[in-house]
Ligand binder design. Structure first.
Ligand SMILES: C[S@@+](CC[C@H](N)C(=O)[O-])C[C@H]1O[C@@H](n2cnc3c(N)ncnc32)[C@H](O)[C@@H]1O
Ligand SMILES: Nc1nc2[nH]cc(C(=O)O)c2c(=O)[nH]1
Ligand code: SF4
Ligand SMILES: [Mg+2]
Length: 220
């Protein structure tokens, strides 16, 4: 059984399919405590959740008639039997599955899955206070279809992101996105930084749902 704290349909505000409809399944709890986390409520020990089987989750997805699915949280990869759920969802050729993960949990075993879904994997930068938890081995298991995402809250975060992208040659392995911590950094300064260092093949993205509904709205 999986601990689901919310499910909703919205446009995806982030990632490879930003702007398209998606159904979101948000799971409870996380092993990190990022300084900027916009869903910290989902990580509280006493958060209210519904226990769902994988069959119930698929049924809920199918009932929406929406084909893009985002598993998020909290940290989705920490759910018991998450491999079974991802494997099960991957068998459905009609669905396009994305998983948001925090970069501290191994994604290695998911490579076994035929038609493995797309991961958007964060690399947590210094201003998150969580950089020491990053599992560098994950850079060996990231694929071309995936995203390595840097959520940037300061100019030193930008410098660090650039170092990591260069050190691990990430643009050769995967899609690379940089995104602002909401309200924390000048967007034009991010663009100037990209121009200064000729950051070809890096995509800057802002969270569309926060432009539409603001930072505090839940279930959108
Ligand atoms: C809430 S997390 C859940 C999935 C997973 N725990 C993770 O961190 O990737 C989903 C995405 O939202 C991003 N995020 C969280 N708070 C944010 C904020 N205040 N501004 C911008 N992005 C934020 C995270 O960095 C992550 O990429
Ligand atoms: N609209 C919308 N798009 C999203 N893309 C990723 C989200 C997340 O919280 O992981 C998210 C979210 O919370 N809302
Ligand atoms: S890893 Fe994700 S859910 Fe966990 S605290 Fe950080 S942003 Fe929030
Ligand atoms: Mg969100």
């Amino acid at each position: 059984m999986y601990k689901v704290v919310e499910k909703f349909v919205s446009i995806n505000g982030e990632g490879r399919r930003a702007g398209q409809l998606a159904v979101f399944i948000r799971f409870a709890n996380c092993n990190l405590d990022c300084s900027y986390c916009d869903t910290a409520w989902a990580n509280e020990d006493d958060v209210a959740y519904t226990l769902m089987t994988k069959e119930e989750i698929v049924e809920a997805i199918k009932a929406t008639d929406v084909k893009n699915v985002t598993l998020t949280g909290g940290e989705p990869l920490l759910q018991d039997e998450i491999f079974e759920l991802i494997d099960y969802l991957s068998k459905d050729q009609e669905l396009f599955i994305e998983i948001e993960t925090n970069g501290s949990v191994s994604i290695k075993e998911f490579s076994k899955i035929t038609n493995r879904p797309l991961f958007t994997m964060d690399y947590k930068l210094p201003s998150s206070n969580m950089e020491e938890k990053m599992l560098i081995d994950n850079f060996h298991h990231i694929k071309k279809q995936d995203i390595v995402k840097f959520v940037v809250g300061s100019s030193s975060d930008l410098e660090r992101a650039r170092d990591i992208i260069d050190q691990y040659q990430l643009t050769k392995k995967s899609n690379v996105y940089i995104s602002p911590v909401y309200g924390k950094i000048d967007l034009d300064a991010m663009v100037e930084f990209m121009k200064k260092y000729k950051m070809n093949e890096v995509t800057m993205q802002v969270q569309l749902h926060k432009i539409i509904w603001g930072a505090e709205a839940k279930g959108v």
